[in-house]
Design a protein around this ligand. Structure first.
Ligand SMILES: NC(=O)c1ccc[n+]([C@@H]2O[C@H](COP(=O)([O-])OP(=O)(O)OC[C@H]3O[C@@H](n4cnc5c(N)ncnc54)[C@H](OP(=O)(O)O)[C@@H]3O)[C@@H](O)[C@H]2O)c1
Length: 361
Protein backbone atom coordinates (compact mmCIF):
# COMPACT_ATOMS: atom_id res chain seq x y z
CA UNK A 1 0.00 0.00 0.00
CA UNK A 2 1.67 3.28 -1.06
CA UNK A 3 0.51 6.74 0.00
CA UNK A 4 -2.44 7.88 -2.08
CA UNK A 5 -1.64 11.58 -2.17
CA UNK A 6 1.08 13.96 -1.04
CA UNK A 7 -0.85 14.94 2.08
CA UNK A 8 -1.67 11.38 3.12
CA UNK A 9 0.48 8.72 4.76
CA UNK A 10 0.54 5.02 5.57
CA UNK A 11 0.31 4.02 9.22
CA UNK A 12 -0.68 1.26 11.63
CA UNK A 13 -3.85 1.85 13.60
CA UNK A 14 -5.54 -0.08 16.38
CA UNK A 15 -8.05 -2.48 14.85
CA UNK A 16 -11.38 -3.34 16.49
CA UNK A 17 -9.81 -5.96 18.77
CA UNK A 18 -6.63 -4.03 19.52
CA UNK A 19 -4.44 -5.65 16.87
CA UNK A 20 -2.45 -3.57 14.37
CA UNK A 21 -4.19 -2.73 11.10
CA UNK A 22 -2.76 -0.86 8.11
CA UNK A 23 -4.46 2.39 7.20
CA UNK A 24 -4.04 5.64 5.28
CA UNK A 25 -4.38 8.88 7.23
CA UNK A 26 -3.79 12.60 6.67
CA UNK A 27 -0.20 13.68 7.12
CA UNK A 28 -0.01 15.71 10.36
CA UNK A 29 1.03 19.38 10.34
CA UNK A 30 3.13 21.54 12.63
CA UNK A 31 0.77 23.74 14.66
CA UNK A 32 2.66 24.80 17.81
CA UNK A 33 5.94 26.77 17.94
CA UNK A 34 7.94 23.94 19.53
CA UNK A 35 6.60 21.23 17.21
CA UNK A 36 8.49 19.48 14.45
CA UNK A 37 7.22 17.31 11.59
CA UNK A 38 9.33 14.14 11.46
CA UNK A 39 9.58 11.65 8.60
CA UNK A 40 9.84 8.36 10.52
CA UNK A 41 12.58 6.01 9.29
CA UNK A 42 12.49 3.33 12.01
CA UNK A 43 10.50 2.46 15.12
CA UNK A 44 11.08 0.38 18.25
CA UNK A 45 8.46 -1.78 19.93
CA UNK A 46 7.39 -1.57 23.58
CA UNK A 47 5.12 -3.78 25.71
CA UNK A 48 2.69 -0.84 25.96
CA UNK A 49 2.07 -1.12 22.22
CA UNK A 50 0.05 -4.28 22.87
CA UNK A 51 -0.93 -3.63 26.50
CA UNK A 52 -2.57 -0.20 26.08
CA UNK A 53 -5.00 -1.36 23.36
CA UNK A 54 -6.09 -4.15 25.73
CA UNK A 55 -6.44 -2.01 28.88
CA UNK A 56 -7.63 1.24 27.28
CA UNK A 57 -9.03 0.38 23.84
CA UNK A 58 -8.97 3.18 21.30
CA UNK A 59 -9.84 1.63 17.93
CA UNK A 60 -8.71 3.75 15.00
CA UNK A 61 -5.87 5.44 16.96
CA UNK A 62 -2.39 5.34 15.40
CA UNK A 63 -0.20 2.96 17.40
CA UNK A 64 3.44 3.22 18.46
CA UNK A 65 5.67 5.26 20.76
CA UNK A 66 9.44 5.12 20.07
CA UNK A 67 10.76 6.42 16.77
CA UNK A 68 13.76 7.63 14.79
CA UNK A 69 13.43 9.99 11.85
CA UNK A 70 14.37 13.17 9.99
CA UNK A 71 13.00 16.65 10.59
CA UNK A 72 10.92 17.84 7.64
CA UNK A 73 9.73 21.17 9.03
CA UNK A 74 9.71 22.94 12.38
CA UNK A 75 7.74 25.56 14.29
CA UNK A 76 9.33 28.95 14.93
CA UNK A 77 10.75 27.99 18.35
CA UNK A 78 12.17 24.68 17.13
CA UNK A 79 13.80 25.48 13.81
CA UNK A 80 17.15 26.73 15.13
CA UNK A 81 17.94 23.54 17.07
CA UNK A 82 16.16 21.25 14.64
CA UNK A 83 16.70 22.41 11.05
CA UNK A 84 15.37 20.35 8.18
CA UNK A 85 17.04 16.88 7.86
CA UNK A 86 18.20 16.76 11.51
CA UNK A 87 18.26 13.12 12.64
CA UNK A 88 16.18 12.79 15.80
CA UNK A 89 14.74 10.13 18.08
CA UNK A 90 12.03 10.35 20.71
CA UNK A 91 8.67 9.05 21.81
CA UNK A 92 5.03 9.97 21.42
CA UNK A 93 1.92 8.65 23.15
CA UNK A 94 0.58 6.15 20.62
CA UNK A 95 -2.78 4.34 20.88
CA UNK A 96 -3.88 7.54 22.55
CA UNK A 97 -7.57 7.89 23.43
CA UNK A 98 -7.07 11.66 23.84
CA UNK A 99 -5.20 12.18 20.56
CA UNK A 100 -5.71 9.31 18.11
CA UNK A 101 -3.44 10.89 15.45
CA UNK A 102 -0.33 10.77 17.66
CA UNK A 103 1.38 7.37 17.12
CA UNK A 104 4.88 6.64 15.83
CA UNK A 105 3.88 3.69 13.63
CA UNK A 106 3.36 6.10 10.76
CA UNK A 107 5.33 7.62 7.89
CA UNK A 108 5.12 11.06 9.56
CA UNK A 109 4.46 12.39 13.03
CA UNK A 110 4.40 15.77 14.76
CA UNK A 111 5.92 16.05 18.20
CA UNK A 112 7.31 18.51 20.74
CA UNK A 113 10.98 19.14 19.89
CA UNK A 114 11.79 19.78 23.57
CA UNK A 115 11.76 16.04 24.22
CA UNK A 116 13.80 15.07 21.13
CA UNK A 117 17.37 13.82 21.12
CA UNK A 118 19.63 14.56 18.12
CA UNK A 119 21.13 11.29 16.86
CA UNK A 120 24.85 11.24 15.96
CA UNK A 121 25.86 10.35 12.39
CA UNK A 122 27.75 7.33 13.72
CA UNK A 123 24.48 5.75 14.90
CA UNK A 124 22.26 3.78 12.50
CA UNK A 125 18.58 4.60 12.24
CA UNK A 126 17.85 1.32 14.05
CA UNK A 127 20.10 2.37 16.96
CA UNK A 128 18.27 5.70 17.13
CA UNK A 129 14.88 3.96 17.18
CA UNK A 130 16.11 1.64 19.96
CA UNK A 131 17.08 4.67 22.06
CA UNK A 132 13.74 6.33 21.25
CA UNK A 133 12.50 8.05 24.38
CA UNK A 134 10.36 5.67 26.43
CA UNK A 135 13.42 4.15 28.12
CA UNK A 136 15.19 7.28 29.32
CA UNK A 137 11.87 9.03 30.00
CA UNK A 138 10.86 6.21 32.33
CA UNK A 139 14.15 6.39 34.22
CA UNK A 140 13.85 10.18 34.49
CA UNK A 141 10.41 9.94 36.10
CA UNK A 142 11.32 6.97 38.26
CA UNK A 143 14.50 8.55 39.62
CA UNK A 144 13.11 12.02 40.14
CA UNK A 145 9.47 11.47 41.17
CA UNK A 146 9.18 7.86 42.40
CA UNK A 147 12.55 7.30 44.07
CA UNK A 148 13.51 10.91 44.87
CA UNK A 149 17.11 10.36 43.76
CA UNK A 150 18.94 13.64 43.23
CA UNK A 151 22.10 12.39 41.45
CA UNK A 152 22.27 13.07 37.72
CA UNK A 153 24.82 12.08 35.08
CA UNK A 154 25.87 15.76 34.95
CA UNK A 155 26.06 15.95 38.77
CA UNK A 156 26.50 12.50 40.29
CA UNK A 157 25.36 11.75 43.84
CA UNK A 158 28.03 12.05 46.54
CA UNK A 159 29.31 8.78 48.01
CA UNK A 160 28.18 7.68 51.48
CA UNK A 161 30.31 8.37 54.56
CA UNK A 162 32.27 5.14 54.10
CA UNK A 163 33.05 6.10 50.48
CA UNK A 164 30.67 3.56 48.95
CA UNK A 165 27.92 4.42 46.48
CA UNK A 166 24.23 4.47 47.42
CA UNK A 167 22.72 1.17 46.16
CA UNK A 168 19.58 1.09 43.97
CA UNK A 169 17.79 -2.16 43.12
CA UNK A 170 16.79 -2.69 39.47
CA UNK A 171 14.48 -5.71 39.41
CA UNK A 172 14.37 -6.99 35.81
CA UNK A 173 17.77 -5.64 34.82
CA UNK A 174 17.62 -7.35 31.40
CA UNK A 175 14.52 -5.45 30.31
CA UNK A 176 15.09 -2.56 27.93
CA UNK A 177 14.14 -0.26 30.80
CA UNK A 178 16.50 -2.13 33.12
CA UNK A 179 19.64 -1.70 31.00
CA UNK A 180 18.81 2.00 30.60
CA UNK A 181 18.37 2.24 34.38
CA UNK A 182 21.68 0.50 35.10
CA UNK A 183 23.54 2.86 32.77
CA UNK A 184 21.95 6.08 34.00
CA UNK A 185 22.06 5.14 37.70
CA UNK A 186 25.70 4.19 37.44
CA UNK A 187 26.59 7.46 35.67
CA UNK A 188 24.56 9.34 38.31
CA UNK A 189 26.78 8.05 41.12
CA UNK A 190 24.64 5.13 42.33
CA UNK A 191 25.39 1.42 42.60
CA UNK A 192 22.81 -0.54 40.59
CA UNK A 193 22.11 -4.00 42.01
CA UNK A 194 20.07 -5.90 39.41
CA UNK A 195 18.12 -9.12 39.14
CA UNK A 196 18.14 -11.19 35.94
CA UNK A 197 18.10 -14.74 34.66
CA UNK A 198 21.46 -16.50 34.41
CA UNK A 199 21.27 -16.15 30.60
CA UNK A 200 21.00 -12.35 30.83
CA UNK A 201 23.33 -11.78 33.77
CA UNK A 202 26.41 -10.80 31.73
CA UNK A 203 24.34 -8.43 29.57
CA UNK A 204 23.13 -6.60 32.66
CA UNK A 205 26.65 -6.30 34.08
CA UNK A 206 27.84 -5.02 30.72
CA UNK A 207 25.27 -2.20 31.01
CA UNK A 208 26.53 -1.10 34.42
CA UNK A 209 25.06 -3.33 37.14
CA UNK A 210 27.52 -3.69 40.01
CA UNK A 211 26.00 -7.06 40.96
CA UNK A 212 23.34 -9.33 39.47
CA UNK A 213 21.21 -11.68 41.58
CA UNK A 214 19.11 -14.42 39.92
CA UNK A 215 15.42 -13.60 40.30
CA UNK A 216 14.62 -17.31 40.19
CA UNK A 217 16.25 -17.79 43.62
CA UNK A 218 13.68 -18.12 46.42
CA UNK A 219 15.94 -15.96 48.62
CA UNK A 220 16.47 -13.20 46.02
CA UNK A 221 15.23 -10.41 48.32
CA UNK A 222 17.17 -11.66 51.37
CA UNK A 223 20.38 -11.98 49.32
CA UNK A 224 20.09 -8.38 48.14
CA UNK A 225 19.22 -7.16 51.64
CA UNK A 226 21.87 -9.12 53.56
CA UNK A 227 24.76 -9.56 51.12
CA UNK A 228 24.61 -6.56 48.79
CA UNK A 229 23.08 -3.65 50.69
CA UNK A 230 23.56 -4.44 54.39
CA UNK A 231 19.89 -3.73 55.14
CA UNK A 232 20.25 -0.13 53.96
CA UNK A 233 18.55 -0.26 50.54
CA UNK A 234 16.19 2.70 50.11
CA UNK A 235 15.31 2.60 46.40
CA UNK A 236 13.90 -0.14 44.19
CA UNK A 237 12.86 0.11 40.55
CA UNK A 238 10.69 -2.85 39.60
CA UNK A 239 10.59 -3.34 35.81
CA UNK A 240 8.50 -6.53 36.10
CA UNK A 241 5.66 -5.77 38.59
CA UNK A 242 4.67 -9.36 39.36
CA UNK A 243 3.83 -10.81 42.81
CA UNK A 244 7.37 -12.30 42.89
CA UNK A 245 9.09 -9.04 41.93
CA UNK A 246 7.14 -7.03 44.49
CA UNK A 247 7.94 -9.57 47.21
CA UNK A 248 11.65 -9.51 46.32
CA UNK A 249 11.81 -5.69 46.30
CA UNK A 250 9.81 -5.34 49.53
CA UNK A 251 12.06 -7.91 51.24
CA UNK A 252 15.24 -6.23 50.00
CA UNK A 253 14.27 -2.67 51.00
CA UNK A 254 15.56 -1.46 54.37
CA UNK A 255 13.43 -0.23 57.28
CA UNK A 256 13.85 3.52 56.88
CA UNK A 257 12.93 5.89 54.03
CA UNK A 258 12.24 3.23 51.39
CA UNK A 259 10.83 4.15 47.98
CA UNK A 260 9.58 1.68 45.38
CA UNK A 261 8.66 2.29 41.73
CA UNK A 262 6.66 -0.32 39.81
CA UNK A 263 6.37 0.21 36.07
CA UNK A 264 2.94 -1.41 35.96
CA UNK A 265 0.05 -1.10 38.37
CA UNK A 266 0.24 -3.35 41.42
CA UNK A 267 -2.80 -4.01 43.62
CA UNK A 268 -2.84 -2.91 47.27
CA UNK A 269 -2.79 -6.46 48.65
CA UNK A 270 0.69 -7.03 47.16
CA UNK A 271 2.05 -4.13 49.22
CA UNK A 272 2.98 -5.93 52.41
CA UNK A 273 4.88 -3.06 54.05
CA UNK A 274 2.97 0.18 54.57
CA UNK A 275 6.14 2.16 55.35
CA UNK A 276 7.40 1.79 51.76
CA UNK A 277 6.37 4.70 49.54
CA UNK A 278 5.03 3.38 46.23
CA UNK A 279 4.66 5.44 43.06
CA UNK A 280 4.16 4.22 39.49
CA UNK A 281 5.74 6.52 36.90
CA UNK A 282 3.82 6.92 33.63
CA UNK A 283 6.18 8.02 30.90
CA UNK A 284 3.48 9.43 28.62
CA UNK A 285 2.97 12.13 31.26
CA UNK A 286 6.31 13.75 30.31
CA UNK A 287 4.58 15.53 27.42
CA UNK A 288 2.62 17.47 30.04
CA UNK A 289 -0.80 16.54 28.61
CA UNK A 290 -3.68 14.82 30.36
CA UNK A 291 -3.51 11.03 29.96
CA UNK A 292 -7.03 9.89 29.22
CA UNK A 293 -6.58 6.39 30.57
CA UNK A 294 -8.84 4.82 33.16
CA UNK A 295 -8.08 4.24 36.82
CA UNK A 296 -4.47 4.23 38.04
CA UNK A 297 -3.08 5.08 34.59
CA UNK A 298 -4.97 8.38 34.36
CA UNK A 299 -2.86 11.53 34.76
CA UNK A 300 -3.94 15.17 34.87
CA UNK A 301 -2.20 17.64 32.56
CA UNK A 302 0.94 18.90 34.29
CA UNK A 303 3.36 21.37 32.65
CA UNK A 304 5.96 20.53 35.35
CA UNK A 305 6.28 17.10 33.76
CA UNK A 306 7.36 18.65 30.46
CA UNK A 307 9.94 20.72 32.33
CA UNK A 308 11.25 17.56 33.97
CA UNK A 309 11.40 15.88 30.56
CA UNK A 310 13.28 18.83 29.04
CA UNK A 311 15.92 18.74 31.76
CA UNK A 312 16.42 15.04 31.30
CA UNK A 313 16.48 15.38 27.52
CA UNK A 314 19.48 17.67 28.02
CA UNK A 315 21.12 15.06 30.24
CA UNK A 316 20.54 12.33 27.67
CA UNK A 317 21.71 14.51 24.76
CA UNK A 318 24.95 15.14 26.64
CA UNK A 319 25.47 11.42 27.22
CA UNK A 320 24.71 10.52 23.60
CA UNK A 321 27.02 13.26 22.26
CA UNK A 322 29.81 12.03 24.55
CA UNK A 323 29.29 8.40 23.46
CA UNK A 324 28.40 7.36 27.02
CA UNK A 325 24.87 5.97 26.51
CA UNK A 326 23.94 2.87 24.49
CA UNK A 327 20.56 1.56 23.43
CA UNK A 328 19.48 -1.94 24.45
CA UNK A 329 20.83 -4.63 22.04
CA UNK A 330 19.00 -4.17 18.75
CA UNK A 331 17.15 -6.90 16.87
CA UNK A 332 15.65 -5.92 13.54
CA UNK A 333 12.34 -7.40 12.43
CA UNK A 334 11.85 -7.24 8.66
CA UNK A 335 8.60 -6.43 6.93
CA UNK A 336 7.66 -2.80 7.75
CA UNK A 337 4.02 -2.67 8.95
CA UNK A 338 3.67 -6.46 9.00
CA UNK A 339 7.03 -6.59 10.81
CA UNK A 340 5.56 -4.44 13.58
CA UNK A 341 2.53 -6.73 13.88
CA UNK A 342 4.79 -9.81 13.95
CA UNK A 343 7.18 -8.22 16.47
CA UNK A 344 4.35 -7.34 18.85
CA UNK A 345 3.13 -10.93 18.70
CA UNK A 346 6.66 -12.15 19.56
CA UNK A 347 6.80 -9.80 22.54
CA UNK A 348 3.33 -10.77 23.71
CA UNK A 349 4.34 -14.45 23.58
CA UNK A 350 7.33 -13.68 25.85
CA UNK A 351 9.85 -14.70 23.17
CA UNK A 352 12.04 -11.59 23.44
CA UNK A 353 14.77 -11.47 26.08
CA UNK A 354 17.51 -8.87 26.33
CA UNK A 355 16.74 -7.36 22.92
CA UNK A 356 14.93 -4.31 21.58
CA UNK A 357 12.81 -5.09 18.53
CA UNK A 358 13.14 -2.43 15.86
CA UNK A 359 11.54 -2.11 12.42
CA UNK A 360 12.68 0.03 9.49
CA UNK A 361 9.83 1.83 7.72
N1 LIG B 1 4.93 2.91 33.48
C1 LIG B 1 5.57 3.22 32.35
O1 LIG B 1 5.50 4.35 31.87
C2 LIG B 1 6.37 2.17 31.64
C3 LIG B 1 7.39 2.55 30.76
C4 LIG B 1 8.16 1.54 30.16
C5 LIG B 1 7.90 0.21 30.43
N2 LIG B 1 6.86 -0.10 31.26
C6 LIG B 1 6.59 -1.54 31.61
O2 LIG B 1 7.80 -2.07 32.10
C7 LIG B 1 7.89 -3.43 31.78
C8 LIG B 1 9.23 -3.70 31.10
O3 LIG B 1 9.23 -3.16 29.79
P1 LIG B 1 10.53 -3.33 28.87
O4 LIG B 1 10.19 -2.88 27.50
O5 LIG B 1 11.66 -2.69 29.56
O6 LIG B 1 10.70 -4.92 28.93
P2 LIG B 1 11.35 -5.95 27.91
O7 LIG B 1 12.61 -5.41 27.37
O8 LIG B 1 10.31 -6.41 26.95
O9 LIG B 1 11.66 -7.14 28.96
C9 LIG B 1 12.17 -8.38 28.56
C10 LIG B 1 12.87 -9.01 29.77
O10 LIG B 1 11.93 -9.21 30.80
C11 LIG B 1 12.45 -10.15 31.71
N3 LIG B 1 11.35 -10.96 32.24
C12 LIG B 1 10.29 -11.44 31.57
N4 LIG B 1 9.49 -12.12 32.41
C13 LIG B 1 10.05 -12.03 33.65
C14 LIG B 1 9.68 -12.51 34.94
N5 LIG B 1 8.56 -13.20 35.14
N6 LIG B 1 10.49 -12.23 35.97
C15 LIG B 1 11.60 -11.51 35.80
N7 LIG B 1 12.01 -11.02 34.60
C16 LIG B 1 11.24 -11.30 33.55
C17 LIG B 1 13.43 -11.02 30.94
O11 LIG B 1 14.66 -10.94 31.65
P3 LIG B 1 15.66 -12.18 31.73
O12 LIG B 1 16.29 -12.23 30.36
O13 LIG B 1 16.61 -11.82 32.82
O14 LIG B 1 14.83 -13.39 32.03
C18 LIG B 1 13.48 -10.35 29.54
O15 LIG B 1 14.80 -10.24 29.05
C19 LIG B 1 6.67 -3.76 30.93
O16 LIG B 1 5.67 -4.31 31.76
C20 LIG B 1 6.22 -2.39 30.43
O17 LIG B 1 4.84 -2.36 30.15
C21 LIG B 1 6.09 0.83 31.88
Amino acid sequence: MGSLARDSMDCLIQGPSGQGQRAVRSRPEVKAPHDVLVCVSAVALNPTDFKSPASNPSPGAIMGCDFMGYVVSAGEDADKLFPSSTRVCGFVHGSNPGNPDKGSFAQYLVTDSRLLVRVPDSWTDLDGAALGGVGWGTIALAMEVSLRLSGRPSKPAAPQEDGSRVPVLVYGGATATGTMACQILSMSGYKPIATASSISSSLVQDYGAAAVVPYSSASCGETIRDHHTGGNLRSALDCISSPESVECCFTALGRIGAHYASLDFIPDDWKTRKAIKVYMPLTYALHGHEILFKGPYHRDADPAMLELGRRWRDEVQGLVDAGRLRPHPVREVQGKWQGIIDGLEMMKAGEIRGQKLVVAL
